[in-house]
Design a protein around this ligand. Structure first.
Ligand SMILES: [Zn+2]
Length: 98
């Protein structure tokens, strides 16, 4: 499981959705509270994979220009998961192109 992208803690909590009707849940850093919401995932492993994938993209910030980097950091700071998601898509496209 990848570390928190904000504070680098490895205390990452998976809030599994297993006991409710709608498969929604989140993965959260226990130290700083950074959280990514997920839905339509079926197992703890799915949450883990999604978190690892998202953090992996975030770690590629070094390849972004300053404007994109700042947008993503602000989104992370505000815990705006929709904006983070769209940034992740953008990073993904950049990587596919490069
Ligand atoms: Zn953290």
């Amino acid at each position: 499981m990848k570390k928190c992208p904000v504070c680098e803690s490895n205390k990452i909590n998976i809030a599994d959705c297993g006991y409710i009707t709608f498969n929604r849940g989140f993965v959260e850093c226990k130290d700083c509270g950074f959280k990514i919401n997920y839905k339509n995932l079926n197992s703890e492993n799915d949450f883990k994979d999604s978190w690892n994938r998202d953090i992996n993209y975030m770690e590629q910030l070094v390849d972004l220009n300053e404007k994109d980097k700042n947008s993503l950091l602000i989104s992370l700071f505000l815990k705006d998961t929709i904006a983070v998601g769209s940034m992740i898509e953008k990073i993904n496209k950049l990587n596919e192109g490069g």
